[in-house]
Design a protein around this ligand. Structure first.
Ligand code: NAD
Ligand code: UGA
Length: 459
């Protein structure tokens, strides 16, 4: 079959896989190739069990796979065939050298740029889908024009705003699709090509175009703003605990103001995920680079409050359980960084577990989807850690439950049964304010929520 466009995506991860599956699903007239260096991941994309857990993803992939959606490791050939190349490789924080712990590690990006240069023999539109520091497109252009090759490249920025757990809905009905380009004749033409792809299912009013630098920066700012809301409300949760105010009541009152809005105001054990912390660090690094120290400090505090909140959660556990945890058994309900994903990157659970291990706690971890990732994250952590699928078995014989991920299933459990299987006095630390606290208290639990008065049976 002759396809209207040949699209390639380099990087078959949490962004590349779902976003390309959506394009293929919505546009049967285009061929979409997704390539990766990770052979195992590609095999999984081609199998019954996909490499990531994301609600509704299976159906979208299966609707297009083998028809106009293909997963492979043949990167060179993919580059040759494609007119449009999305790059959605990972851009973690640099762990070495200048900017270590702050700046983006762009080695995967640069490798991709060089691979494109090496294999391209016809004009290409290169689309930055990964989240990148502002001005990365300039570096990309420099690499792509560094050889004698006469091939023309246009670079676009098209950051992805999907959230894990709701990726398919976010991709299907995005608040906006952002496309940044150079204001040159070919840049604008390339931008129109990409607009045309999204216009297959997204209305034109939701497709926003801008300069390439605004687009790169907007992605970092959007994540910084979202993370800042979580840190802001989490900082207030600490004050609520000191003043007997209730964070949910405060949120209801504040969030009803339409200028503020009620989204992203759920107090929690802290935010996690592969991007918030990293993108803020990136923003901070860029600000410092340009000498904007006050601006950098302002945003850096969003991450600091997050670490403080995770630390506070563990501190509350220690303090409530009579200032000694050594030898006690605590069950961690949920290890994913949020519900409905198996992703554990930067999950608050990692820090919670490591801090509890320092206190010599015996841990049992349960999660419906993320146990394999939890095992991998903690493989170098020495201490007593058990992994169990069944939450009833996991809580049995424990002194406390620490709920870290807001999986719906934890709301539905038989807590009477759980209470009777635990060591008394039994505690629940609800890091997501997910559970029915009054009911748990009536069953006999000592309940410690976030940003609300604790309910204990001690005089
Ligand atoms: P990921 O780690 O899940 O996937 C990246 C993939 O790129 C990996 O499978 C890796 O093997 C592959 N890769 C690396 N170098 C390669 C190369 N040279 N050639 C081919 N493949 C290569 O990462 P992700 O979560 O999909 O994130 C990708 C980018 O998207 C990041 O910049 C991230 O900040 C951004 N982002 C992520 C999310 C999210 O929810 N995860 C949302 C929006 C934006
Ligand atoms: C976030 C953004 O929401 C996406 O728009 C963005 O594309 C993505 O980062 C990215 O660039 O990677 P994601 O990290 O998948 O998406 O999930 P969120 O729903 O934003 O949650 C992030 C963290 O904040 C989670 O740990 C979540 O539990 C926590 N959170 C969120 C709260 O603690 N309270 C809230 O009110 C909201």
């Amino acid at each position: 079959m002759q396809f209207e466009k040949n699209i390639l995506c380099i990087g078959a991860g949490y962004v590349g896989g779902p976003s390309m599956a959506m394009i293929a699903h919505k546009c049967p007239q285009y061929k979409v190739n997704v390539v990766d260096i990770n052979r195992k991941r590609i095999e999984q994309w081609n199998s019954e069990i996909l490499p990531i857990h994301e609600p509704a993803l299976d159906a979208i992939v299966k609707s297009a796979r083998g028809k106009n959606l293909f997963f492979s490791t043949d990167i060179a050939n993919g580059i040759k065939e494609a007119e449009i190349i999305f790059v959605s490789v990972n851009t973690p924080i640099k762990k070495f050298g200048k900017g270590a712990g702050m700046a983006a590690d762009l080695q995967y990006w640069e490798k991709t740029a060089r691979q494109i240069l090496e294999n391209a023999d016809s004009p290409k539109i290169i689309v930055e889908k990964s989240t990148l520091p502002v001005k990365t497109a300039q570096a990309m252009e420099r690499i792509l024009t560094s050889s004698d090759s006469s091939v023309h490249f246009d670079i676009l920025s098209n950051p992805e705003f999907l959230a894990e757990g709701t990726a398919i809905n976010d991709l299907e009905k995005p608040d906006r699709v952002l496309i940044g380009s150079r204001e040159t004749e070919t840049g604008l033409k390339a931008r129109e090509h990409l607009v045309e792809i999204y216009a297959n299912w997204v209305s034109r009013e939701h497709i926003l175009t801008s300069s390439i630098w605004s687009s790169e920066l907007s992605k970092l700012v959007a994540n910084a703003y979202l993370a800042q809301r979580v840190s802001s409300i989490n900082s207030i949760s600490a004050l609520c605990e000191k003043t007997d105010a209730d964070i949910n009541e405060v949120v209801a009152a504040v969030g009803m103001d339409r200028r503020i809005g009620d989204k992203f105001l759920k107090a929690s054990v802290g935010f996690g995920g592969s991007c918030f912390k990293k993108d803020i660090l990136n923003l901070v690094y860029i600000c410092r680079h340009y000498g904007l120290y006050e601006v950098a400090d302002y945003w850096e505090n969003v991450n600091k409050i997050n670490e403080y909140q995770i630390g506070r959660f563990v501190h509350n556990i220690l303090e409530r359980m009579f200032n000694t945890l050594a030898g006690k058994k605590i069950c961690i309900f949920g290890f994913a960084f949020k519900a409905n994903t198996d992703d554990t990157r930067e999950s608050p659970a990692i820090m919670v577990v490591k801090k509890l291990i320092e206190e010599r706690v015996r841990l049992v971890i349960t999660d419906p989807k993320a146990l394999d990732n939890a095992r991998a994250d903690l493989k170098e952590t020495t201490g007593s850690i058990e992994y169990l699928d069944d939450p009833y078995e996991a809580a049995q014989g424990c002194n406390a439950i620490a709920l870290v991920t807001e999986w719906d299933l934890y709301r539905e459990l038989d807590y009477e049964r759980i209470f009777s299987s635990m060591v008394q006095p039994a505690f629940i630390f609800d890091g997501r304010n997910l559970l029915d606290h009054s009911k748990l208290f009536e069953l006999g639990f000592n309940v410690v929520p976030i940003g609300k008065p604790a309910m204990t049976h001690f005089i």
